[in-house]
Design a protein around this ligand. Structure first.
Ligand code: NDP
Ligand code: TDO
Ligand code: MG
Length: 301
């Protein structure tokens, strides 16, 4: 299929570009300046997407700076809520299915059970609130959509926690990392594979209601940010790369502008049942990404 994706340099965009051909798809990134989600210009967004003649659209562009969003709420909402709504309106006008990405940060983080799609939301910060408004705008504008909430995304591309940890370890022996926030690390490369399968299902079965609506899609297994950091350093040290001792700390010891959910676990059973998609264990995917990052470092030296 010809699959348009919003954004150019994003982790999920670059992962789709890399994985698309093997899955038999033509990935068509559409981003700034042609498509600017912050501009409030729905007609321009529709024209930019129409120009690449897509058979499906993936909405992967977003304002993702969680802490900065607290001081830029208007921009976060313009991009993540109004902008996402315009992309969905474009998909509806073009008559093509939409896969839209959302986040675990729509939840409050209470309790210890993994969140299901029909659990009540309660975002702790501006980013989560803007993404929640985006989900609602998307599903209202284009019922022929699957909204996939993912979490803790990392990859060889863009900015992410894995790259931050490896960068910090190059100059530090010990790192304090919060141990009381638990969630599901997810490789953007695995997201790309899942997104393409979901898009194909939507295109193949246009009247199957069970494929549409909200779904959770993360890597299998769970850990804390401290556990994630330890696994990153174990993988890196095994390849002769940078590592540091992880000092587990409480959220209160690491003050940030945005509050984050303590329990970010997402239950992905609905996606497996409806779409037949189940992402690999996070540790397996992490090993592959860390190995790629080490190779990049070696080539740069
Ligand atoms: N990163 C994470 O940990 C998580 C992400 N998600 C969601 O997954 C999706 C993909 O995230 P990820 O790939 O990590 O994102 P990145 O932060 O890597 O990239 C953001 C993308 O959004 C684009 N973008 C930002 N502002 C605008 C704008 N005004 N107009 C057009 N494009 C814009 C960027 O454009 P450009 O190419 O020009 O830089 C870039 O391509 C997002 O919806 C995000 O909310 C969900 C859970 C976790
Ligand atoms: C860098 C660093 C972070 N932390 C903590 C802060 C925070 O609680 C946690 C993660 O920090 P980050 O800022 O990297 O992650 P954050 O930006 O909160 O990541 C989120 O991004 C958005 C886009 C999402 O949708 C979420 O699913 C999630 O991936 O780790 C430490 O404890 N020590 C450190 O040295
Ligand atoms: Mg961050």
């Amino acid at each position: 299929m010809r699959i348009a994706v919003t954004g150019l340099a994003g982790q999920v965009v670059q992962s789709l570009v890399e994985r698309g051909p093997a899955a038999g798809h033509v990935i068509l990134p559409v981003g700034r300046p042609a498509l600017d989600l912050a501009g409030g210009d729905g007609a321009a967004i529709r024209a930019a997407l129409a120009a690449v003649r897509p058979e499906a659209i993936v909405s992967a562009a977003a304002y993702t700076a969680v802490d900065k969003a607290e001081s830029e709420p208007d921009l976060a909402f313009a991009v993540n809520a109004a902008g996402a709504g315009h992309v969905a309106q474009a998909a509806a006008a073009l008559g093509v299915p939409l896969v839209h990405l959302s986040t675990d940060y729509v939840f409050s983080g209470e309790g210890t059970r993994a969140w299901r799609e029909d659990d009540p939301t309660g975002p702790k910060g501006v980013y989560g609130a803007s993404k929640l408004a985006g989900e609602q705008a998307v599903l209202a504008a284009q019922p022929n959509s699957a909204v996939l909430r993912t979490a803790w995304v990392y990859s060889p591309f863009g900015a992410n926690f894995v790259k931050t940890m490896l960068r910090l370890a190059a100059s530090r022996d010990t790192l304090g990392v919060v141990a009381d926030q638990v969630g599901n690390p997810t490789s953007a490369l695995d997201i790309a594979d899942g997104v393409m399968q979901v898009a194909q299902n939507l295109a193949d079965r246009p009247t199957d209601e069970s494929l549409r609506g909200l779904f959770h899609m993360t890597g299998s297994g769970e850990t804390s940010w401290a556990g994630f950091a330890e696994a990153i350093f174990a993988a890196s040290a095994g390849l002769g790369g940078p590592s540091a001792q992880v000092h587990p700390i409480a959220t209160s010891d690491y003050p940030t502008p945005a509050a984050r959910p303590v329990n970010s676990r997402l239950d992905c059973a609905k996606l497996a049942a409806a779409h037949g998609v189940r992402l690999p264990d996070w540790r397996l995917s992490l090993a592959g990404v860390v190995a790629r990052l080490e190779r990049q470092q070696e080539e740069a030296r």
